[in-house]
Design a binder for this molecule. Structure first.
Ligand SMILES: NC(=O)c1ccc[n+]([C@@H]2O[C@H](COP(=O)([O-])OP(=O)(O)OC[C@H]3O[C@@H](n4cnc5c(N)ncnc54)[C@H](OP(=O)(O)O)[C@@H]3O)[C@@H](O)[C@H]2O)c1
Length: 256
């Protein structure tokens, strides 16, 4: 019997935070990697470290996913029939610190594109190959905010959860598992990049990336459409279904 080679995994937002952790855990499972983000130097650093530590291969693909050319480059890699990608992690994301009315429409549109359009376009590119092979895994990094009233970030993440629920229902019987991973506050660069004061969230609210990714990958392997890491955030999501919206808005986004 010949063992089949592990599927290649393409991860967006792999230069930092949850994306680097997805890359690390998938490399530890033996998957070759394609690492996508804007910062080439940081991608190369992550690739070199993971190749050395886990003996897998890691390609870097620098691309801005809010840019048509950047998105097209990643679509090109996902649709290359000679180098199939069996696992897609749509993870790249940023937050907006200010209120909706204080952001420019352009900032809001770029934010929406990154969280929704990029995931849609990359999923659309990856699916035909996965369906043709009768196997594939797609992880969409959403947020607990998908269930809460927290601005256009919540609205975008709610779209990603709804999209993942539908796609998992539609494609799971054909071998493709799609999961929205919905973490609460997680220690990464996310809030610093936004310029947000992290002390607005209590210490119990903070998660480690290692656990979010471990539970997310396990739920995806089981074919779950939605993964909410930790019991405390499962309770938050359950409460959000019944509690008045004004009680569920969470801490304000205060500048540092
Ligand atoms: N941290 C949290 O509390 C939390 C909670 C719930 C959900 N999430 C979600 O988790 C995901 C990962 O965030 P994180 O917490 O790991 O944040 P992070 O540490 O700031 O990492 C964000 C990653 O996205 C990449 N990225 C940003 N804009 C991009 C663009 N236009 N094109 C391509 N790549 C881009 C960044 O790399 P470059 O700068 O090199 O492009 C970086 O690799 C996001 O979707 C976020 O919404 C985070």
């Amino acid at each position: 019997m010949t063992a089949t080679a592990p599927d290649t995994a393409l991860i967006t937002g792999a230069s930092a935070g949850l994306g680097t952790e997805f890359a690390r855990q998938l490399a530890a499972q033996g998957h070759p990697l394609v690492l996508v983000a804007r910062n080439r130097a940081r991608l190369e650093e992550v690739a070199a470290e993971l190749e050395l530590r886990y003996g897998t291969t890691a390609e870097v693909l620098p691309a801005d996913l809010t840019d048509d050319g950047g998105l097209a480059a990643v679509v090109g890699r996902l649709t290359d029939p000679l180098r199939p990608v069996g696992i897609l992690v749509n993870n790249a994301g940023t937050g907006l610190l200010h209120r909706f009315e204080d952001n420019s429409a352009e900032e809001e549109v770029q934010h929406l594109r990154l969280h929704t359009e990029a995931a849609l376009v990359l999923t659309h590119a990856a699916l035909p190959g996965m369906l043709g092979r009768g196997a594939g895994r797609i992880v969409n990094v959403a947020s607990i905010a998908a269930f809460l009233p927290r601005g256009t970030y919540s609205a975008a993440k709610a779209w990603l959860v709804s999209f993942s629920r539908w796609a998992n229902l539609e494609y799971r019987s054909r071998g493709v598992r799609v999961t929205a991973v919905c973490p609460g506050f997680t220690h990464t660069e996310f809030h610093d990049r936004m310029g947000m004061d992290k002390s607005v969230a209590p210490s119990w609210a903070w998660l480690q990336a290692e656990r979010v990714v471990r539970e997310g990958l396990a739920d995806n392997a089981r074919g779950k459409a939605v993964s909410i890491p930790t019991r405390r955030y499962k309770v938050v999501a359950a409460l959000a279904r019944v509690a008045p919206a004004r009680l569920m808005a969470g801490p304000p986004r205060r500048p540092k």
